[in-house]
Design a protein around this ligand. Sequence first.
Ligand code: NAD
Ligand code: MG
Length: 361
Amino acid sequence: MEQMTIQTSTKQYPLFLGEGISERLPELLKTLGFARGTKVLIITDGTLETLYLSELVSLLHHDYSVYTHIIPSGEGAKSFENYYACQTAALAYGLDRTSVILAFGGGVVGDLAGFVAATFMRGIAYVQLPTTLLAHDSAVGGKVAINHPLGKNMIGAFHQPEAVIYDTRFLQSLPERELRSGFAEVVKHALIGDRSFYTWLKETIHCLEDIKGENLKYCIRKGIEVKARIVREDEKETGVRAHLNFGHTLGHALESELGYGMMTHGDAVALGMLFAVFVSERVYHVSFADERLTSWFQSFGFPVALPTELSIERIVQKMKGDKKAQAGNIRMVLLREIGHVQVETVTDKQLVAWLEEFSQS
Ligand code: NAD
Ligand code: MG
């Protein structure tokens, strides 16, 4: 089992990574300070309930008072209704300030359960048990949120978990499109912060089938290292944490324009990264042609061209509405070189022109 330390300005906590490590869950919870008999509320989604919940409960029930609450699977679950239902469950089961919530699932479960933990009785402990590759990103850093009909992740908090326990065995059942989606964020972390990891990825990972076993663990570990380094410097997103938004300015606009769920987050971010690279080449007068990013992305099945049904003007309007935009100015994270990004303000006129050129390239 590998162990890392996540350090933020408010808290330090361990991350455990390995295949099959959930078998040690009772022992790990005890080292985290949760005494026998503590009330544990597992929040998970319908898919994971079917696959793994009974084994998780039987692992824990000798030592803890275990309760479960199931939410529907998918982005729609990050709603006020499910948030309310989770709080109701926590109250009905008699959780108190010494209790702990286990967020067992992908980013949706992690964000919702984390926000429940952040606000239940003004904040109780929670532990992330990530089950997707994308969750290497969402389970670290303490951003938790639900969606509002007017915007994604608009209602939330910063609330760091007590630990992240990442058992890669659970990822074996991950559908291909979800593996690809999570891999986009792995690539993002390499591109923004770790040139040698990027080189390793290019040399080692040629298709989705390569992301398993030791390679999978290495992708998770290196991705988390970049994320953790940025979060350590800037927990509350006043500076470098914005670098994590690489590929996301266009990515978020695409997800929103197409309707959430039509394109996975990772697919949208992958296309957004190709566009960010394209803009970087024009702004910094550099060339990434030798990297052959487009053909590498294509070998995983990432989209590499803008969906033709979308209007460029509407995409740009959406980019202006991004949480990270300031006073209507679009802030894009651009690549100076592999491993080194910078935030630039761009005008909508420039963006329209670049998007038109990008869509014809
Ligand atoms: P998800 O949690 O919806 O999981 C994707 C799908 O895979 C779901 O249908 C789920 O039921 C299924 N699934 C999960 N684990 C599985 C497994 N082991 N086997 C089989 N099926 C499995 O989505 P996600 O991609 O993990 O996370 C996306 C969410 O994360 C978004 O809501 C996004 O906003 C959030 N996010 C948060 C942060 C953060 O810093 N808090 C960062 C990135 C993303
Ligand atoms: Mg993302």
